[in-house]
Design a binder for this molecule. Structure first.
Ligand SMILES: [Zn+2]
Length: 188
């Protein structure tokens, strides 16, 4: 079924992002959003920054070093009464340690709080590629990694085509978006 997850007249639905960041680089953020919005447009979704929230001493964003630090970010995620994060939360850090292979770093991660898995969010490093947010949002909306080169969910790029979601991935995004909205994700 090809029913698009789209607003009136097929316009993409706008999904608000709460950006948790200290002094985010506007140009860098704009590039991340532009890539994400181009990739998600065929699924009828677009993203915009609804709010920017600075770090707190209890939850610094300078370096996210381990699983406990990733979990702690969940305290800043507002949940809907029906149990879904009310917005997509993106945490921007200077350094995101690979918890499976420290001290190497990752560009981004889609994380579920370990003891309360309904709380999930994206963590992105300032060193990330311009398409990293789109990749992590791909996970947020239900997609695992792909083995197809140049697919946005693959780590393999040969530069011959721009990154893309295939039809099955777009269907998964629509399905997750509908489910999230029913559970309280604010999308307009
Ligand atoms: Zn990934």
């Amino acid at each position: 079924m090809l029913t698009a997850f789209a607003g009136p007249e097929g316009a993409p639905r706008s999904v608000p992002i709460v950006l948790h960041a200290d002094a985010p680089d506007a140009t860098w953020i704009a590039a991340q959003l532009e890539n994400a919005n181009a990739l998600f447009a065929p699924a009828g979704l677009s993203f915009s920054i609804a709010e920017t929230v600075p770090s707190t001493p209890a939850r610094p964003l300078a370096s996210i070093d381990d699983r406990a630090a990733r979990d702690a970010l969940a305290d800043d995620v507002a949940m809907s009464p029906r149990g879904e994060p009310a917005q997509v939360n993106v945490f921007l850090t200077d350094r995101l340690i690979d918890v499976d292979d420290p001290p190497s770093e990752r560009m981004g991660v889609h994380w579920h709080r370990r003891r309360h898995r309904a709380v999930h969010y994206v963590i992105v490093s300032r060193r990330a590629w311009p398409t990293t947010l789109a990749h992590e949002l791909g996970h947020y909306f239900g997609n695992p990694h792909s083995r197809t080169p140049n697919n946005i969910m693959s780590y393999e790029r040969d530069g011959t085509t721009p990154p893309f979601f295939d039809a099955a991935q777009l269907a998964r995004i629509r399905s997750h978006a509908r489910r999230y909205v029913r559970a309280g994700l604010e999308a307009r």
